[in-house]
Design a protein around this ligand. Structure first.
Ligand code: SF4
Length: 488
């Protein structure tokens, strides 16, 4: 590309997005009025075509998916999309694409089996002490990968009766926590939401109210003083927001989150891992860092559910593991979400993470751990109170299982490779090392096989750090000398 065309392209990029590009005639009063934003959502292909190019060849396919699952894009959210980028990460989340039609028949209507666990319409009661309460089928934007899109098909009604839901919670004393979700509860008028929250607050055994919302992402104008004052009357109340991409972290979004935080509402983010949107370490890291600056805790990174019509968004599990691997040790723990897979059919959230515990021998009280650089460390569990005060390894407690805990899959491969002194992949490009004597847990002595303590990517790494049960009579100097020797 020559300099001129590059400049042209850059110039275009800076102008073909933003409020000035899409809504040059909107007044400040309108733009900042959440009702105006809501009323002016883009809901048809014809309207969308006024703002974003839609290839003629894709019109029929896109119409087809719209007949399944509605579209809604607030002017604000639209203004964050680059009109010249068909792969814009925000566009992909809300605009019906031909890919969606390709996979129209793939996936489940109710991938999490929520209907199965529904004692009354609108309630999902899967875990003993908490319930999900779905208030409406109305959202500020409709996310093309939404797990609950079955309730939002055009023509579907929100088959919910709020008093019956409240009544169910009131007569179920085990429920101490309710997640009020959507459709988006913050789309309700403040007085109506206040009345629902008051009914919930009147239930003595209900301790926590949580609200799940994408309003601070798609309609931050909605977070006004009146709403925040009302929410503050219902503490302890938490809000889970849903930012997926750093481009969503705008000054308006930051202002909305700040208002909620000042109202005493702790904010946690639940992102969804989406192919072509945020499926790389750099994007998720930028998202998490941006959230932290807005005082929003990155809470979950969800594997995209296999919901019908969302196959093009799904990534392999290895991608999620790779992203967590790229965060752990490379940023503060507070900025690292828990990567979870919601078990199909209703098994609940299952956390998945890279293998850090490579070997665990419960009988001998030894573990082999890997740090974020791929270096191996031996960790010894506390020895039994009646153990000899020598440097002799004894089990800390009677073994609960016979022999070492069996480690499955990649952990097992990693340990076997460690024993053989060969590099081993855990499926995401990271390798484990070997101890000098070929046994993962070693013999209680520092060991090395001559290979460098690698970062775990290129080959075998010796155990570089080892716990040791120290003789009671050790002096401080002896301990310091041992530590020095170990750390060399
Ligand atoms: S805002 Fe939430 S409930 Fe609404 S469409 Fe998006 S993911 Fe689904």
């Amino acid at each position: 590309m020559n300099v001129e065309s590059l400049a042209e392209r850059l110039g275009r990029r800076t102008t073909r997005r933003g409020r000035e590009h899409y809504y040059p005639d909107a007044s400040d009063a309108d733009w900042n009025d959440w009702r105006w934003q809501f009323r002016h959502r883009v809901t048809t292909l014809e309207e969308l075509a006024r703002f974003l190019p839609i290839p003629a060849a894709e019109w029929a396919a896109r119409s087809q998916v719209l007949s399944d699952f509605r579209m809604g894009i607030t002017p604000y959210y639209l203004s964050l999309i680059d009109a010249d980028d068909p792969n814009d990460p925000l566009l992909r989340q809300v605009v019906p694409l031909a890919e969606e039609n390709l996979y129209r028949a793939v996936g489940d209507e109710d991938p999490l089996g929520e209907e199965k666990f529904s004692p009354v319409p609108g309630i999902t009661h899967r875990y003993p002490d908490r319930v999900l309460m779905v208030l409406s089928n109305n959202c500020a934007i409709y996310c093309r990968y939404c797990t609950r899109k079955r309730t939002m098909y055009d023509g579907a009604s929100a088959d919910v009766e709020i008093d019956r839901m409240v009544d169910y919670i009131a007569r179920t004393p085990s429920v101490r926590d309710v997640v009020v979700s959507g459709g988006d509860p913050l789309n309700f008028a403040t007085a109506k939401l206040d009345s629902i929250l008051s009914k919930l607050r009147a239930i003595p055994h209900l301790e926590i109210i949580r609200i799940g919302t994408r309003v601070p992402v798609a309609l931050p104008q909605r977070i006004d003083d009146e709403l925040c004052e009302m929410l503050a009357r219902h503490h302890p109340l938490w809000i889970n927001v849903h930012y997926n991409h750093p481009n969503e972290l705008t000054p308006d979004a930051a202002r909305a989150c700040d208002k909620l935080s000042r109202a005493g509402v702790p904010l946690n983010n639940q992102a969804v891992l989406l192919k072509g949107v945020n499926d790389d370490v750099a994007t998720i890291k930028a998202l998490c860092h941006g959230l932290m600056k807005m005082r929003v805790r990155p809470y979950y990174l969800y594997q995209c559910d296999p919901v019908r019509g969302a196959e093009h968004f799904r990534t392999p599990i290895a991608k999620g593991i790779e992203i967590i691997e790229g965060l752990r040790g490379h940023t503060s723990g507070l900025a690292i979400p828990t990567y979870v897979i919601d078990a199909p059919g209703g098994g609940g959230k299952i956390p998945v993470q890279p293998d850090y515990l490579l070997h665990y021998d419960r009988e001998k009280g030894r573990a082999l751990l890997r740090n974020y650089q791929g270096k191996l460390y031996e960790y010894l569990e506390p020895r039994a109170a009646n153990a000899s005060p020598n440097d002799v390894l004894v089990p800390a407690a009677p073994p609960a299982a016979s022999g070492p805990v069996a480690l499955a899959g990649s952990n097992k491969k990693r340990v076997e490779a460690a024993s053989a002194g060969a590099p081993s992949s855990n499926g995401n490009g990271h390798a484990a090392g070997a101890t000098g004597n070929g046994t993962p847990a070693g013999n209680g002595q520092a060991s090395g096989n001559g290979s460098s303590a690698s970062n775990g990517r290129n080959g075998a790494a010796p155990v570089v750090g080892k716990s040791k049960w120290v003789h009671r009579g050790s002096t401080r100097a002896e301990r310091a000398a041992r530590t020095k020797k170990r750390d060399k």
